[in-house]
Design a protein around this ligand. Structure first.
Ligand code: ADP
Ligand code: ZN
Length: 519
């Protein structure tokens, strides 16, 4: 069967080989197993259901939430010589009738439908007459309240599947890999012992960088000016910051554009056009920018602020280098970014349960900003894509040639201070105590009487906080959920306190020492 699939890949698409995950997904489907494919946008999911569709007798139904994507797919299949059509809200009643008659004639191989259709009794009746061996569900996370894009009409999918005379084989696809979403997709779409394949998250041409403690505005100005001939995107967290960075670049003579939800539709459309056609080189934008635009030669993406979670980060960073040529992704992290994101979560009208979920995802993002591990490996691990796990050799962690020092003693001081404070306080309070601060709150709790008070006097409070963040990212410390998270010792911290484990950290070379040698 797989050789048949290979033949079709060559014959219709002109590709010589499958990507590793595609082969896995197709094999699983051809063996008749329900399959959940988790792959990022651009990972090559279409082929994963189109080729099985060509190998099955009957009509394949593809549930897709976006009319524009449906249209693109149907057009693309048309040029490949594969008969396909779509049914969505833009069609008139008679057009729908025509498409259904075409389906009944057996000529169509794939039919794309919007999920709302599946709720219609009339549609269900008509479709019962068709032979549908296979249903593919795109953007399957839309079925989950935990996903970022819940669509009530997706809950109509499983009753629809049950309403068919014979239950079809089901494939579901999403780019969201959190455990809650995975579980919901399998449960709510009633997948039968699905094969779960996570693949395609590696982007070998992207160099990921995280920079902490930079002057963000200066950095962006210098970078953008040095890359003035390349298209790039600068993402900022708020409209105000977009405006400010945009103005700043304009004043420096940079051909910058701006994009955020506060602008008029026409203004936004014009900005997008200007960027697509290279009239502006760099787009300063909120996360509203980028959905559905496909500019493949973006050479860099700079995050002026840390995004709310890893999914958002990787989706935005991933807009660099879509053409396969090198791309740079730079995240400028500042501690203030954490407060901004917490503020957004608090302001949202999410349920307490969802809020706590968002806090958890935010913490994973913060951990990523402090991890000394290879950033590409860290991402693949986060998404559960373990096909490839060599250090990338090009991210800011891999390129980090700073000295590795033993910080076991400092870690022990931090851990024992947290223990003496009964694991009831957050990072800044612990840092204040270790520093020996005379702050009112420290004295109120009489932490100045603790033996750990002031035992890291020779560090700044910021350095202590950074160190604690590294220890959190490394898993020695946990942070409770919520707006004011408190530090908790983890298994690893106890081993460090017992002297059984050594802790290392990379540190910058002393400026004085560096001054003697290089410039
Ligand atoms: P997705 O639907 O996951 O966003 P697509 O199915 O549109 O992604 O595929 C993304 C791009 O990768 C397309 O240009 C597609 O032609 C290309 N592609 C997919 N599979 C292969 C393959 N096996 N070899 C080469 N290119 C591929
Ligand atoms: Zn790396």
């Amino acid at each position: 069967m797989l050789t048949e699939a290979q033949k079709l890949l060559k014959q219709y698409y002109g590709y010589t080989s499958f990507r590793p995950g595609q082969e896995h997904i197709i094999r699983s489907l051809l063996e008749g197993r329900d399959t959940l494919g988790i792959m990022p946008t651009g990972g090559g999911k279409s082929i994963c259901y189109q080729i099985p569709a060509l190998l099955m007798k009957g009509l394949t139904l593809v549930v897709s939430p976006l009319i524009s994507l449906m249209k693109d797919q149907v057009d693309a299949l048309g040029t490949l010589g594969i008969p396909a059509a779509s049914i969505n809200s833009t069609l008139t009643g008679s057009e729908v009738g025509r498409v259904l008659r075409e389906a009944e004639s057996g000529r169509l191989r794939l039919l794309y439908v919007a999920p709302e259709r599946l709720e219609s009794d009339w549609f269900r009746e008509r479709v019962r007459e068709l032979n549908i061996p296979f249903v593919a569900v795109d953007e399957a996370h839309c079925v989950s309240q935990w996903g970022h894009d819940f669509r009530p009409s997706y809950t109509a999918i499983s009753p629809f599947l049950r309403s068919l005379p014979k239950r079809p084989l089901v494939a579901a696809f999403t780019a969201t890999a959190t455990p809650e979403v995975k579980r919901d997709i399998a449960d709510l779409l009633e997948l039968e012992q699905p094969e779960i394949v996570i693949t395609g998250f590696a982007r070998d041409n992207l160099a990921l960088h995280i920079l902490r403690g930079e002057n963000k505005r200066d950095y962006i100005t210098r970078y953008v000016q040095a890359h003035s001939h390349q298209p790039g995107i600068v993402y900022a967290a708020t409209r105000r910051e977009v405006e400010e960075v945009y103005e700043m670049l304009r004043k420096k003579g940079v051909a910058a554009g701006k994009y955020h939800a506060g602008m008029a539709d026409a203004e936004r459309a014009a900005a997008q056009e200007a960027f697509l056609y290279d009239d502006v080189r760099v787009m300063v934008a909120t996360n509203a920018f980028g959905m559905g635009i496909d500019k493949s030669n973006v050479r860099y993406v700079i995050h002026h602020n840390m995004p709310k979670n890893m999914e958002a980060y990787y989706q935005e960073a991933g807009r660099a280098g879509r053409d396969g040529e090198p791309g740079e992704c730079i995240l400028l992290f500042g501690a203030q970014d954490i407060l901004t994101q917490k503020f957004f979560i608090e302001q949202s009208n999410l349920s307490p349960e969802r809020k706590s979920n968002e806090y958890k995802k935010l913490q994973a993002m913060v951990d990523f900003c402090y991890t000394p591990k290879c950033l590409r490996s860290a991402i693949l691990q986060y998404f559960g894509d373990t096909q490839e796990d060599e250090p990338c050799g090009m991210c800011s962690s891999c390129k980090d040639d700073r000295e590795t020092v033993d910080i076991t003693v400092e870690a022990q001081k931090i851990f024992s201070c947290i223990k003496r404070m009964r694991e009831r306080f957050g990072i800044s309070m612990v840092a204040s105590v270790l520093k020996g601060s005379g702050a009112k709150k420290v004295l109120e709790y009489r932490f100045n009487e603790l033996p750990t008070y002031g035992i890291m006097r020779n560090f700044t409070e910021k350095d202590i906080s950074d160190l604690i963040n590294v220890l959190v990212a490394e898993g020695y410390l946990g942070l409770s959920e919520g707006q004011y998270p408190t530090l908790k010792l983890q298994e690893g911290a106890l081993e460090v306190l017992q002297g059984r484990v050594t802790v290392y950290q990379k540190i910058a070379r002393k400026p004085a020492a560096a001054a003697a040698g290089d410039d």
